[in-house]
Design a protein around this ligand. Sequence first.
Ligand code: SF4
Length: 57
Amino acid sequence: MEKNLCIGCTVNNCEYHAQTENYCTLDKIDVGTHEKNPTKVECTDCNSFVCKSEACK
Ligand code: SF4
């Protein structure tokens, strides 16, 4: 899969991570939150994340 230079990402446990470089390979991602009132970076989530099969066993 081709890296998307517009989406940097370090979550290499994700199925869509480029692996050799810190980019996502999707054309578009959905970012959301699990909080009612998000105030910090850790309140945000990549909702396009899919756990890589080897990492999820
Ligand atoms: S889908 Fe989200 S978590 Fe997965 S590689 Fe792309 S930006 Fe990172």
